[in-house]
Every structure is written in C-alpha cells, then in structure tokens.
Ligand binder design. Structure first.
Ligand code: DGL
Length: 289
C-alpha cells in the first residue's frame, strides 16, 4: 500500500537533515529515506543544467526506492529544478523549499530583512518572483555566504573560521539595521546558535552605533515544510496510518562513515548509512553492484 511507503528527502549534503528532523518530529510514524549528494556538494555555484541533472538522478533513485513523496530539502535544488522534477516524474508529489521571504516580510517590525542563501538561489527566477510578490514593502539585504556550506559539511559549526566568515556576512546587515534574518539554505540552521552568538558579538563591538540591531529574529523554514508535507500527504491520501515510529535510512554519494558520524552529531541519534554511486546520470545503491 502506497501509504506505508517511505518519504524521500534529498539535499546536496547534510543540510536537508535540518528539514528531516522537523518532518520526523511532526510525522513520527512516517518512514524516511534521505539522500545526501555529497560527491557534488556544494550545489550553490553550479549551473542550472547541472543541478537539474543531479536532482533528476536523485529523484529517480528515490522513486526506485518506492517513495510516495519527495521533499526537495534544498533551496538551491528547488530553485533550479523543482519545475523540471515535476515534469520529469509527473506522478510523484513533490514538496519544495524557498527562502522564507514572505513570513519575514510579515513579521519584520522595521521593514529590514536579511536573507542568507546560495548564489544559485539568489540568481533564480523563483527568487525574483518571491521578491516581486512579497518584498515590495521591505528592504532586503542579501548575502550568498560563499564558503559557509563547505565549512558546515566539514563539521565546523563554531570554529574561528566559521565565526570570522559569519562576522563578515552579518556585520553589514546589522549595520543596516535588520531585525529579521532568513536562513534560505538548509545547511544554515546548523549554525543558528553560532549566528546568534556572532550577532551578540557584533552588537557589543558596535554598542555606540545609532542603527544597532538588537533582537534579530531568525527564520528557519523547516517547520513550515513539515506542515506542507502533511498537507500534501493528506491531499493524496498517503498518510501512514500506523502508530509505531517510522524508520530512517540515509544514503550518501560520498563517504558513508563520515555521514554516519556527522548525522549522529547533528541529530543526536544513530542512523544506518549506505552509499549510492553515480553512473553517468543514474544513481545506483552500492549494494546492487
Ligand atoms: N542546502 C542547500 C540549500 O538549501 C544547498 C547548499 C549547497 O549545496 O550549496 O540551498
């Protein structure tokens, strides 16, 4: 029965685990299969064509694992490939992501919003459309956070290097007076605590500034993605009716041992991690070789 099938979730790397943890908490009975395309991470500066080819290969892989729905837990892949994926596998329900510009525009008190995302997301027509629809009345300050995803992939959540990069990214936004910050890449929630700490540091350094930003609200869209996943499952009558806790299986196109350690650190639990191997544009479970 399709409702017992797993939900597929993918990202270029560990970022989508920040979405998986909310889906697991919100829909604990669902079985989840996660794929991290770590041999190709980061996606952020790759071409649209390349991201479409990778995303379609991953979606076909998940389809062959018999998933009932796919969550594209990656803003960059959603921006480049969501429409293409829906055309490529028309029977599959997809849930995509976009930077939370709409809630940020509704919640900001002073009309100044910072957005952290990747270059690919900022340059996409989907992002341009978001800005036109929801950001007309607010001032948006953007940063493509170059180098941040690789640091997070290395497990550098709060090292001097990561703090220095975040300082460079956040100082101009705080000087401009933002009161709301959108995490428009699924990797960034894993440095949210460091972001809060760096904001406090910058504020203490610039305490005399008349445009000082205090109490910046940070928006992680993952809870909204979990709610949307529930709505789509309900729409297609695909909710898992069982009452026991679902399984979680992880795949990586990179190093399985490394993802096992990292996922344990990030989500505080043990996972089974397997390898999937790219053969041209097709992804094959290593166990099938
Ligand atoms: N986690 C991703 C996102 O939400 C992609 C990061 C990357 O691979 O550059 O955009």
């Amino acid at each position: 029965m399709a409702s017992l099938s797993p939900i597929g979730i993918f990202d270029s790397g560990v970022g989508g685990l920040s979405v998986l943890r909310h889906i697991q908490a919100y829909l604990p009975q669902e079985n989840l299969i996660y794929l991290a395309d770590q041999v190709h991470v980061p996606y952020g500066r790759r071409s649209r064509n390349e991201i479409q080819a990778f995303s379609a290969g991953v979606a076909r892989f998940l389809d062959r694992q018999d998933v009932k729905l796919i969550v594209v837990a990656c803003n960059t892949a959603s921006a480049a490939a969501l429409t293409y994926l829906r055309e490529t596998i028309p029977d599959m329900p997809f849930v995509g992501m976009e930077p939370a510009v709409k809630p940020a525009a509704q919640q900001t008190r002073n009309g100044k919003v910072g957005v952290l995302a990747t270059e690919g997301t900022f340059e996409s027509p989907r992002y341009a459309s978001l800005m036109t629809r929801f950001a007309q009345d607010v001032k948006v300050f953007e940063d493509p956070c170059i180098g941040l995803v690789p640091l997070i992939e290395e497990g550098q959540f709060d090292t001097p290097q990561t703090r220095a990069l975040l300082h460079t990214i956040l100082a101009p936004m705080l000087a401009a007076g933002i009161d709301t910050l959108v995490l428009g890449c699924t990797h960034y929630p894993f440095v949210a605590t460091t972001i809060t700490s760096v904001i406090a540091e910058i504020n203490s350094e610039t305490a005399a500034s008349p445009r000082l930003s205090t109490g910046v609200m940070i928006i992680d869209p993952a809870p909204a993605v979990a709610r949307q996943t529930l709505r789509v499952l309900e729409k297609y009558n695909l909710l898992n009716p069982t009452s026991h806790t679902g399984s979680i299986n992880l795949f990586t196109t990179g190093d399985a041992v490394q993802l096992q350690t990292m996922s344990q650190t990030l989500l505080q639990r043990d996972f089974v991690v397997a390898t999937a191997v790219w053969q041209q544009n097709n992804l094959i479970p290593f166990s099938d070789f």
